[in-house]
Design a protein around this ligand. Structure first.
Ligand SMILES: NC(=O)c1ccc[n+]([C@@H]2O[C@H](COP(=O)([O-])OP(=O)(O)OC[C@H]3O[C@@H](n4cnc5c(N)ncnc54)[C@H](O)[C@@H]3O)[C@@H](O)[C@H]2O)c1
Length: 351
């Protein structure tokens, strides 16, 4: 069903005023939208965010998201909540006729994801996942290079997200330690970003075979380090490493390192923690002297939260399906859930 397109929605209800909520709030303010509601069951968090945002902040705070859904002036709802709450609250919000931007992952299960997509379709509202990695210009450039064929046919991809898990991260997010509320561990939280990226760069996934490392953080129920072997329908293979084992604060990227390497029959490219793309290609136009030459692209850092929020507001305005619609991000969730099934069974799981 087509989306009910309209004027730029100005009135947003932000549900969940934690780490992601702050970044989304700044995105709306930057985009000139009105934060009508700041909702958090922890009243001090909502008040604290209002204070932090100052004069540009929300007009109303509350602890019950239903207040914001009942408000006819709320145009759209932004969900920055523990993972098990994404589906129920998104479905209620679409039922109230509100457009929805939902933090990743789309949902905790595929059945929930399908109900969310169907509910948004019935209501004719936008359902978009806040998958900010897809708005990172460095990966946009990688996609452009792949489409241009500079490395030929991609055959091997290695993607790693390694994080330093600080005690403060766990203290501030008790829900993340609960495998039910978090719908898993790092393969869900980080892996869903990375499957979304891999799907956009290499196309559909055929199967996933995953392994979970011995648990390092006893306080966390979900996996704290896991690895997936991925086979793509186009024949390429890849590894996805998701780990909280890293101990480092020394990179420009801070306590998280995200690295990507793709090899094809004509060339290789890497994206390091410094965000530089390094490319070697045997294609004639990339070898001016007849031998391999290093090509470097430095893509400046962008505020991916601001970019995704601009995209969400534009999707509502134009009625064009967003890049990271619920429909499209269901595939990344399916890959993560396949990885978890594989960790349990020890077998590759087809998609
Ligand atoms: N895109 C990214 O890079 C990125 C980074 C971090 C988190 N996230 C995502 O953002 C979401 C939230 O994570 P976070 O790190 O901000 O967590 P957080 O714990 O910092 O914030 C969640 C907030 O939700 C509130 N809350 C819980 N239940 C509620 C309810 N029923 N109604 C209203 N408020 C409620 C909590 O009090 C808390 O303030 C998750 O989906 C997470 O995966 C995305």
């Amino acid at each position: 069903m087509p989306v009910n397109a309209g004027a730029r929605p100005r009135r947003i209800a932000l549900i969940g005023c934690g780490w992601a909520g702050l970044r989304h709030a700044r995105g709306y303010i930057g985009a000139g939208a009105e934060l009508r509601w700041l909702i958090d069951t922890d009243a001090e968090r909502a008040e604290g965010l209002r204070r932090e945002l100052g004069a540009a902040g929300a007009t109303q705070v509350g602890t019950d998201y239903r207040e914001a859904l009942r408000d006819p002036a709320t145009d759209a709802v932004d969900i920055c909540l523990p993972h098990d709450l994404h589906a129920p609250i998104a479905i209620e919000a679409t039922g109230a006729g509100k457009h929805v931007l939902c933090e990743k992952p789309l949902a905790a299960t595929l059945e929930e994801a399908d109900r969310m997509i169907a509910a948004a379709g019935r209501a004719g509202v936008v359902l978009m996942v806040a998958e900010n990695v897809r708005f990172d210009p460095v990966f946009g450039k990688v996609g452009e290079l792949l489409r241009d064929g500079v490395i030929g046919m991609p055959a091997l991809v290695q993607l790693a997200r390694e994080c330093y898990l600080r005690a403060s991260f766990m203290r501030d997010r008790p829900w993340f330690l609960d495998a039910r509320a978090a719908a898993g561990g790092i393969m869900m939280s980080g892996g869903v970003h990375d499957f979304s990226l891999l799907l956009s760069l290499l196309g559909e996934v055929e199967s996933v075979h995953a392994l979970r490392a011995p648990q390092r953080f006893a306080e966390m129920q979900g996996d704290d380090t896991s690895v997936a072997l991925v086979r793509f329908r186009n024949g390429a293979i890849g590894t996805l490493v998701e780990s909280f084992l890293m101990k480092s604060l020394t990179t420009a990227a801070g306590p998280e390192i995200h690295t990507l390497r793709i090899d094809g029959d004509l060339g290789s490219l890497t994206v390091g923690a410094d965000r530089r793309i390094r490319l070697f290609s045997e294609r004639a136009d990339y070898q001016p002297g007849g031998g391999l030459v290093a090509h470097e692209f430095h893509i400046p850092e962008a505020d991916t939260f601001a970019l995704e929020i601009e995209h969400f507001l534009a999707a509502i305005e134009t009625g064009v399906e967003p890049l990271t619609s619920g429909r499209s991000q269901r595939a990344a969730l399916a890959c993560v859930l396949a990885a978890y099934r594989s960790m349990e069974t020890g077998q590759p799981v087809p998609l």
